[in-house]
Design a protein around this ligand. Structure first.
Ligand code: ZN
Length: 345
C-alpha cells in the first residue's frame, strides 16, 4: 500500500526536554505542531525545585507559542534537601504534575539529584498521600556498573526497594530502555513506562562505532541490544495500558556533541517523532495500536482527560532536514537527512 492515512486522537508527550532561551524558542514549535500537553523535564541549569520556579518556567514556555491551548506540565526536580511544604502545596495546586527522581550524576544537569533513595522517603510519602506520580530516570551510576547495565541495577537495587515500601505509589520508569526494565513494568502493579522512538530504532552498534561514539545517537539511558529493542517494540505495539509515548527529545547545540563519552547525551527527535512512531507501528503491523500508545494510555495513567482533537498522519515519503537552525542555534535532527515514510498533515 503506497497511500494510506490514519487519524488518531491528538497525542501528548509524557517526557520531553525543551530547555530555555534560544533553544526553547527554536524547538517548542515541534511539540505544539502535534501535542496538546507535554511533560517538560525540570533538569535546567537551575533545576526546577520549587513551585515558583515551575510557574516561571511554564510562563517562559507558553510565551514561545502562538497556540495558547498548549499545556506544559512540570514535575518537581527532587533533591536530598527539598522544601517539603512548598512541594506539597505545589502538588495540591497542580503546579507540579509529580516528582522527578534523577539519581545524582546520571545525565544532563543531574548533579543536584538524589544521592540516596532513603533521603527522599518523606517526599515519596507526600506523593503517595496525594496520589501523585513519581517519574523516574531509572539508572544506577557507579564506577563498577557497565553503562549498559545501569537500568537493571537501578531496578534491582533501588526500584524494588521503593516499590515494596510504597506499594500504592504510581511510578513511571521513564524512557525504559531494556527488556529487563520493561518486563519489570509489565509484571508489577502501579507501574508504567514511557518508550522513546530511538530505543525502538537503534542499538548500541549505532552508538559505539569502532572506538568512537556517534554523539547524535548517544542518549541516557544508552541504546542497548537487539533483544531489548525487540522487547520494547513488542510492549509499545501490544496496546498494553502500561506503556505510552515519551520521546525524551533532548536538544543540544551541535558544539556540545563530540565523538566520545564526554558528549552531552540526548537525541533530538521532535521534528519527526510521531512520524517515527508511525513507521515503527507500521513495521510491526500494529498501526491500530498507535492511538492507545500515543494518546490514551498516558492520560489514563496520569488521571487526566483524553484529548478531544484528532490529527492525521499520512504515508508519504519526505526528507527531513539534517539540522534545525535558528540564528546561533544549530541542532542535529535525529533521522536528519534521511527519508521518512510518514508525515503529519
Ligand atoms: Zn530525558
Amino acid at each position: 500500500m503506497n497511500e494510506a492515512m490514519i487519524e488518531i486522537i491528538q497525542p501528548d508527550d509524557w517526557h520531553i526536554h525543551l530547555r530555555q532561551e534560544e533553544i526553547l524558542n527554536t524547538v517548542s514549535q515541534y511539540s505544539s505542531r502535534i501535542n496538546n500537553r507535554c511533560i517538560v523535564m525540570p533538569n535546567l541549569d537551575i533545576p526546577i525545585t520549587t513551585g515558583e520556579l515551575a510557574n516561571q518556567y511554564k510562563n517562559e514556555i507558553k510565551k514561545t507559542f502562538q497556540n495558547n491551548s498548549f499545556i506544559p506540565l512540570i514535575p518537581c526536580y527532587l533533591t536530598d534537601s527539598l522544601n517539603l511544604i512548598d512541594f506539597e502545596e505545589s502538588l495540591k495546586k497542580e503546579i507540579f504534575i509529580g516528582g522527578k527522581l534523577y539519581p545524582a550524576n546520571v545525565t544532563t544537569n543531574s548533579e543536584y539529584g538524589v544521592s540516596n533513595i532513603e533521603k527522599i522517603y518523606p517526599v515519596l510519602e507526600i506523593l503517595d498521600k496525594l496520589n501523585k506520580n513519581l517519574l523516574v530516570h531509572g539508572e544506577k551510576n557507579s564506577q563498577n556498573i557497565n553503562i549498559f547495565d545501569r537500568e537493571k541495577y537501578f531496578v534491582d537495587d533501588e526500584l524494588i526497594k521503593i516499590r515494596k515500601k510504597f506499594s500504592n505509589l504510581n511510578i513511571i520508569l521513564e524512557h525504559v530502555s531494556s527488556k529487563y526494565g520493561a518486563d519489570f513494568i509489565s509484571e508489577n502493579n502501579n507501574m508504567a513506562g514511557t518508550i522513546t522512538p530511538q530505543h525502538m530504532l537503534i542499538t548500541k552498534k549505532d552508538v559505539f562505532v569502532d572506538d568512537d561514539v556517534n554523539p547524535h545517537n548517544f542518549c541516557m539511558p544508552v541504546a542497548k541490544e537487539e533483544k531489548d529493542l525487540i522487547a520494547l517494540r513488542k510492549y509499545a505495539c501490544s496496546g498494553n495500558r502500561k506503556f505510552f509515548l515519551g520521546t525524551d527529545s533532548a536538544p543540544h547545540h551541535i558544539k556540545d556533541k563530540v565523538p566520545n563519552l564526554s558528549s552531552k547525551p540526548g537525541i533530538f527527535s521532535s521534528p519527526c517523532s510521531i512520524e517515527l512512531y508511525a513507521e515503527i507501528f507500521d513495521q510491526e503491523n500494529a498501526l491500530n495500536k498507535l492511538e492507545s500508545f500515543a494518546s490514551i494510555n498516558g492520560p489514563i495513567f496520569y488521571k487526566l482527560p483524553v484529548n478531544k482533537n484528532k490529527i492525521k498522519i499520512m504515508k508519504k515519503k519526505w526528507i527531513l532536514n539534517e539540522y534545525t537552525t535558528n540564528n546561533k542555534v544549530k541542532i542535529k535532527n535525529f533521522y536528519g537527512g534521511q527519508e521518512l515514510n510518514w508525515k503529519v498533515l
